[in-house]
Design a protein around this ligand. Structure first.
Ligand code: SAM
Ligand code: SF4
Length: 352
């Protein structure tokens, strides 16, 4: 079936990928996202000394009344798919905290036209919910795993939960959700010494590992350029140990530069939005848990779909609204430039 392409922005990019945050709540406190733990604060305080930094964002969970219901999410996704969206990823906050999340997955899995339905999770609750999610139609999953060292994992996430996350990854493989993806945000001075160990783990367990650059989206506004490990540096370190070959790009909007090991087991990917922005090929649209459309991770404006969903807008009205929002998609982000303005909400609210 040829898919319509009516979500086209003013720079000619065709949007195919929708990220849906289904809750802003989280059971972890990652140092790069919700750095509220003492360990996180100590880490940044030492590096901040004498540096100007912006005011932290006060975290406040949204009241339930503002969070989109399953019906509202399903309707929004259905409309987006009718306008050419093909890939849908459920995220958060922590998506597995949403009650009856498998029911939501089943509703979305039934929408014709979706070629790829995936989820990003910290994995803590996957042991409990994984089988039901797979049975509901979830075929692909990405886990966040920034450290293989129990103490460092706890420092980075605020939870002593390495064993649970490793067991969840194993379960996802047993459930056939292959290739299972694993995301590590690499921060200089905290987990950059674990890059090689994470790569070895990916190879040993045949996982698709993604190393992600730290972006200025943390709630403490603690991000510093000096803390970013550029993808190129990560790659050099990995190439010093392994004869990696580049994997061909699957499509121009792919965010990861992928590399494979000589024996074909496991895969490494570098996602470098800070040092090598890929905005020119970005085909993503985001819907937050409280029903706001975002055209970029770094948008400083949000578009209120929720009020339209709740005020009796017809499908035609909503489709026209989606198209008008997409036309406002920013050409690129401005990280590291003097005019960069942080978004008002952190990654946990936006949905990564
Ligand atoms: N809670 C789930 C999780 O952690 O996988 C899903 C939501 S989380 C916001 C989605 C992804 O964003 C995770 O892979 C996380 O590592 C990444 N992330 C969060 N804050 C980030 C930041 N400041 N820079 C880069 N990636 C970030
Ligand atoms: Fe929670 Fe995910 Fe943010 Fe970590 S990255 S605090 S798990 S939303």
């Amino acid at each position: 079936m040829t898919q319509v392409a009516s979500l086209v922005d003013s720079h000619g990019r065709v949007l195919r990928d929708l990220r849906v945050s289904i809750t802003d709540r989280c059971n972890f406190r990652c140092l790069y996202c919700l750095p509220e733990t003492e360990a996180a604060q100590n880490f940044y305080r030492g590096r901040w000394a004498n540096l100007p930094h912006s005011e932290p964002i006060a975290r406040k969970w949204q009241p339930k009344s503002k969070i989109l219901s399953f019906e509202e999410i399903e309707r929004s996704v259905r409309l987006a798919v009718s306008l050419g969206i093909q890939k849908v990823r459920l995220t958060g906050g922590e998506p597995l905290l949403r009650q009856n999340v498998d029911e939501l997955v089943a509703r979305i899995a039934r929408i014709p036209g979706i070629t790829d339905l995936a989820m990003t999770t910290n994995g803590f609750l996957f042991l409990e919910k994984g089988r039901a999610l797979r049975d509901a139609g979830l075929r692909r999953i990405s886990f966040s795993l920034d450290s293989l060292d129990r103490a460092n994992f706890q420092k980075m996430t605020g939870r002593d939960a390495l064993a649970e996350v490793l067991a969840s990854i194993k379960l996802a493989q047993e459930l056939g959700m292959n290739p299972v993806k694993v995301n590590a945000v690499v921060i200089r001075g905290i987990n950059d010494h674990e890059i090689e160990a994470l790569a070895d783990y990916a190879r040993e367990h045949d996982l698709a590992m993604r190393f992600i650059e730290f972006m200025p989206l943390d709630s403490a506004r603690a991000w510093l350029k000096e803390l970013v490990m550029p993808g190129k540096e990560i790659l050099q370190r990995l190439q010093a140990r392994h004869a990696l070959s580049p994997a061909p790009r699957r499509n121009p909007s792919e965010t990861a530069q992928r590399w494979v090991f000589p024996d074909g087991r496991g895969e490494l990917g570098l996602i470098s939005p800070v040092s090598e922005p890929f905005c020119g090929h970005c085909n993503r649209l985001r819907l937050t848990a409280d029903g706001k459309l975002r055209t970029c991770l770094f948008s400083v404006v949000e578009h209120d779909l929720r009020s339209r969903l709740r005020n009796g807008a017809s499908d035609e009205d909503l489709a026209a609204y989606l198209q008008s929002v997409v036309l406002q998609k920013e050409d690129r982000h401005h990280i590291g430039e003097p005019d960069f303005v942080s978004p008002e909400r952190s990654m946990s609210c936006i949905g990564g």
